[in-house]
Design a protein around this ligand. Structure first.
Ligand code: SF4
Length: 100
């Protein structure tokens, strides 16, 4: 059973995707995760992310996906094969570099 957090965020992701114009969705149309269970990409605490990471590793738009999540401050889920925690670290590193 998935938590409300996972369900809510996977729904949000799909609703947001549907609201984007065609140009903004260009890279998303090539996403390898299309048609897969979105819960894979919004794991519960302690749930493995190996399956989702394997999908992302073979995805041709993983860099666009990660940049998208970083640029839009998306907190939850696996984007570009990168977890929430790692994205927070990346954001902090970029912010420090920009301020130096
Ligand atoms: S990198 Fe992963 S989450 Fe991002 S579009 Fe590709 S398969 Fe989907």
């Amino acid at each position: 059973m998935k938590s409300e957090r996972g369900v809510s965020n996977s729904r949000t992701r799909h609703l947001y995707y549907a609201s984007l114009n065609k140009q903004a969705r260009a890279w998303m149309d090539r996403a390898k995760c299309q048609g897969l269970d979105p819960h894979l990409f919004f794991p519960e605490r302690g749930q493995t992310t190996n399956e989702a990471k394997a999908v992302c590793a073979a995805c041709e738009v993983r860099f666009e996906c990660l940049e998208y999540a970083l640029n839009h401050d998306i907190e939850f889920g696996l984007w570009g094969g990168v977890t929430e925690r790692k994205r927070r670290t990346l954001r902090a590193t970029r912010t420090k570099a920009a301020q130096a």
